[in-house]
Design a protein around this ligand. Sequence first.
Ligand code: ZN
Length: 297
Amino acid sequence: MDIFNGQNLLDFCERFKTDNDCREYLAKVKWESGFSCSKCGHLKSQVRKNFSRTCNICSHTESPMAGTLFHKVKFGLRKAFFVCFEMSTTTKSLSASYMAVRYGVSENTARLFMHKVREGMKSSGEHPMDGEVHVDEFVVGGREEGKPGRSYDSKKKKVVCALQLTDEGKVRRFYALKIRDFSSKSLKGIFESHISKRAKVTTDEWRGYGPIAKNYSITQIPGNNGLSFKALHTMIHQVKSWIRTTYSWVSEKHIERYLNEFSYRLNRSQSKASVFNNLITRMVKASKIYHTQIVCS
Ligand SMILES: [Zn+2]
């Protein structure tokens, strides 16, 4: 099967005309390296008209959606594919109310599915950043936006972020993580999940980074109100305004998902052609998430 390439909406419509076209695509992604029965582990199966597979030994039938983030998508797979296409190729912030109007589903349905998409966008953490990396923290939400210093105001969501620079000082990759406070213990999270020990890290003079420097190469310099970290501060500004314009109320529980979405798209801005296929593959390989988990977690 050819993977879907590009950002052209007309090509996309032509390729995915029915729910079954989407099932076929999911089946190809899911079983690209062969079928294995989820009940008995047998490797041979019959392919059904709707691209489900029936195990030759135990007759268990598995749909292409089973065990993926497309499991139990109630509003039709084609709509789900369009939402994925929009979310992966856009450069704008898309809200659940926008998606609801565009695809004729309820806002709640749109929101739940968009959270599943964001789950697929979550970084694997398998490719830590090296080279030149800048790290800083910021807050979103709350009323005291703009108040200087590291406020411990509990209404604000605290975030630590890291940026890998190119040789030209531009953005190569960006990750952000929600944290409880600005302590070393909390700040360490982004190092452990996204920064290689070989990286040359620069931070401002916040004392919280001190203890982390035992395990990482960290240089601390004066922040100069962001001037020392221009590329990173441009990113921080973008994340904040993106969150502010799209989500009137940023749930504490969901902020990490919005950060995942932002980082995912940004880190793939150089590989836009294959981004839709990348997202679908991740959503197929990710373990399934039930609605309840999304609402409650
Ligand atoms: Zn079986």
